[in-house]
Design a protein around this ligand. Structure first.
Ligand code: PMT
Length: 222
């Protein structure tokens, strides 16, 4: 039986999209629904873990009787909330689709319609997984995601190294039934020691169970 495997463990999961304000009524965002992150949260809960969710704006019902929940909007807010929790965590799963850029200046008033073209200057956001990866201590496990459209394995393995992940979960934005919004996903999981696994196209709940199985294979030194 594998149910109580994470009993006493604290798990941080980032999930959903971020929203980066342009002005009081507009924002930049992406299609993440939070389903993948919530499926992982449910799997950890079933296995006895105490789960902390830092969630961008999602319309999923999140049971605050089962999970600690911090709701955020922007990448900057997601970083602050995650950083506060990070030191206490045993496992961190970065399932959120964080905006890489945000408007350099947030207009205080609604931007008026004027010329036939307009541009918005963007500045780079903090990379949450990268920053917390630098602070990772012995015994902590970091799991990243990669959402790719080309050179998928190469890009995923690059992120695995750069962000100091123990394993990375690759999903493709091109594959039918995988990635954003669907109740299904297909992932390939790569460990930092070279091992890998392929889920095939299955429910996000089944993908979550596979991710937990792979996490159990990571050598830790608690
Ligand atoms: O929410 P769903 O609709 O169920 O869709 C699930 C999903 C497609 C959002 C999910 O499976 C997924 O792939 N999440 C990560 C999407 C992503 O932004 O990947 P990335 O390749 O851009 O980022 C790589 C990793 O760094 C991710 O773990 C990401 O959370 C993290 N990151 C990225 C940028 C940033 N500024 N901070 C981060 O922490």
């Amino acid at each position: 039986g594998s149910k109580p495997d994470f009993k006493g463990k604290k798990v941080l999961i980032t999930l959903g999209p971020t929203q980066e304000a342009i002005d009081p009524v507009r924002y930049i965002s992406n299609h993440s629904s939070g389903k993948m992150g919530l499926a992982i949260a449910n799997a950890f809960r079933t296995c006895g873990a105490e789960v902390f969710l830092v969630s961008g704006p999602v319309s999923l019902p999140i049971d605050t009787g089962l999970f600690h929940l911090v709701k955020v909007k922007s990448a900057a807010e997601m970083y602050q909330a995650s950083k506060k929790l990070h030191g206490e965590m045993d496992v961190c799963v970065f399932a959120a689709a964080v905006a890489d850029y945000s408007p350099a200046v947030v207009a205080q008033e609604k931007i008026k319609k004027a010329d036939s073209e307009m541009s918005i200057l963007l500045k780079k956001n903090v990379d949450i997984a990268f920053e917390l990866g630098k602070a990772k201590r012995k015994g902590q496990i970091h799991v990243g995601f990669a959402l790719e459209t080309e050179n998928e394995e190469l890009n995923a393995k690059g992120k695995l190294d750069k962000k100091n992940f123990d394993l990375i979960v690759l999903n493709s934005a091109n594959e039918k039934g995988a990635g954003f919004q669907h109740d299904t996903n297909r992932v390939k999981i790569f460990h930092s020691d070279g091992r890998s696994a392929d889920s095939g196209l299955v429910s996000k709940n089944d993908v979550a169970v596979l991710i937990l199985e792979e996490i159990k294979k990571v050598p830790v030194w608690i």
